[in-house]
Ligand binder design. Structure first.
Ligand SMILES: C[S@@+](CC[C@H](N)C(=O)[O-])C[C@H]1O[C@@H](n2cnc3c(N)ncnc32)[C@H](O)[C@@H]1O
Length: 281
């Protein structure tokens, strides 16, 4: 029989400290109505660290040597909801409209808030189907180290496959056996072609070069308008002339993206000239 573990108390003061630390790490501001969510998502960390209460946890997080614990806090408090071929019309748009317009090789594609990797592998399958095994490079990044670790592993519960075309399942995945029963593993060849790394969208991504296609879906919604603009500026600085940016269907970014052409399905195309400096700060 499952036993309910009583919730720990989170004082207003500790909530404000946690909120500030979280915002400093990843730029997301937690509203006061998220207090219970903070308790439920962090309680396990306190147990694992053998702490009596949130005051102790706040004191721990403030220590310079506890960078790893701050990472755990970010992992726990960010929302990683994702699944294969989420918003399938955007993958169709990529195949039918964007890829035929992008002639040079290798194409560089970035899943910029990749979570546990389902979006990046959906892109890898789409690219392998459309372009074949060569001629493209795919990167996936997320602020959560744990999500990145899951992504690189490429092992998923079968329940997350609703939108995946059946023929892709056969071609690009293997069903797990024994201890992996009920799971699927993305084929080694696709895993080897997809590189995952930790990256904060608020930081410059100049080091990783420029891209023909960027998927930045279902992440802008978590940020306030100034940070949304900062993230979009960072993305646009990495988008090649004529390149495509896909955002989530529930995200509106029209003010920030005035310099781009809207091409439907929450996709935006950069103009052929690379004159992104004209964007308002
Ligand atoms: C809801 S998931 C979206 C996953 C995928 N793009 C999709 O649409 O299915 C949002 C992801 O954004 C990541 N995230 C939140 N803040 C971030 C930041 N500052 N930099 C990079 N990734 C961030 C979270 O860790 C989470 O995995």
């Amino acid at each position: 029989m499952a036993v309910d573990v009583p919730s720990l108390k989170l004082s207003e003061q500790s909530f404000y400290i946690l909120r500030e630390l979280f915002e400093r790490e990843c730029g997301i501001h937690l509203h006061t109505d998220k207090k219970m969510l903070v308790v439920s998502r962090l309680q396990r960390r306190l147990e694992l660290r053998h702490l009596q209460g949130f005051e102790d946890y706040c004191a721990l997080l403030k220590q310079p040597a506890e960078a790893e614990e701050r990472q755990w806090m970010v992992d726990a408090l960010t929302t990683h909801e994702t699944f294969f071929f989420r918003a399938p019309n955007q993958f169709q748009h990529l195949t039918r409209h964007a890829l035929p317009m992008l002639a040079h090789r290798p194409l560089r594609i970035w899943s910029a808030a990749a979570s546990t990797g389902e979006e990046a592998y959906s892109l890898a399958m789409t690219l392998a189907e459309t372009l074949g095994a060569a001629g493209w490079e795919l990167l996936g990044s997320d602020i959560s180290g744990r999500a990145v670790w899951h992504a690189a592993r490429g092992l998923y519960p079968l329940s997350r496959l609703e939108e995946m075309p059946k023929e892709y399942l056969k071609k690009y995945c293997r069903k797990g056996l024994g201890e992996y029963a009920g799971q699927l593993l993305v084929n080694r060849s696709l895993r080897a072609r997809t590189q995952f790394f930790r990256h904060n969208l608020l930081d410059s991504a100049a080091k990783i070069g420029s891209f023909d296609v960027i998927f930045l879906r279902n992440v802008l919604i978590y940020f306030d308008p100034p940070r949304r603009r900062q993230i979009l500026r960072n993305m646009l600085a990495r988008l090649r002339p004529g390149g495509y940016l896909y955002i989530g269907h529930s995200e509106s970014a029209s003010d920030e993206l005035v310099e781009l052409e809207s091409v439907g399905h929450s996709a935006w195309r950069s103009k052929q000239t690379n004159d992104m400096q004209r964007m308002a700060p």
